[in-house]
Design a protein around this ligand. Sequence first.
Ligand SMILES: Cc1cc2nc3c(=O)[nH]c(=O)nc-3n(C[C@H](O)[C@H](O)[C@H](O)COP(=O)(O)O)c2cc1C
Length: 183
Amino acid sequence: MSDTENVNVLVLLGSLRAASINRQLVDLALETAPDGVRLQFFDRLGELPFYNEDIDNDDVAEPVVALRQAAADADAALVVTPEYNGSIPGVLKNAIDWLSRPYGNSALKDKPLAVVGAALGRYGGQWAHDETRKSFAIAGPRVVEDLKLSVPSKAFDGRHPRENAEVAANLRDVIGKLVAETG
Ligand SMILES: Cc1cc2nc3c(=O)[nH]c(=O)nc-3n(C[C@H](O)[C@H](O)[C@H](O)COP(=O)(O)O)c2cc1C
């Protein structure tokens, strides 16, 4: 049995769009997870209320409880996101804010986290990915800074990312190295 057996990776997606390219990257991640690694896709970021300290109490909304529980159950996290206006899509930033509390005691505290994704622009969403790393690094997880994958979506040429061997290999590599960080 390898020492990455039974590793649980939380997957978060920064797009709510049904036909999202980044959702397709999540599909690919789920399909190519290394043996023994469980990728747990938390597909409910759109249900979270806007972060508000007034409602972050013992009676916090159920989707927040579910998110924090999924984060607590995870050994690592993979974040897959596009770029909106040069930065982090609001739905993902909101999730980061929920995951950053209780202050100093995030459910992802010290757990390795990697950020990947695709966007239309020629840098493939690099600004959003850099800012997502910056924000999560403040929120509590241990961001693995050198695990990077920012894909210009024209690389897919309208096809599913699983048909792009280079992207599939790079994504598999990121997941493998992220899992190795849990050891
Ligand atoms: C509100 C909005 C802002 C966007 N801003 C950027 C941007 O700053 N950089 C970029 O590369 N693409 C930008 N795009 C294009 C997205 O990269 C493209 O729509 C991408 O497919 C969205 O990801 P998804 O397919 O996973 O939903 C933007 C799209 C929207 C809807």
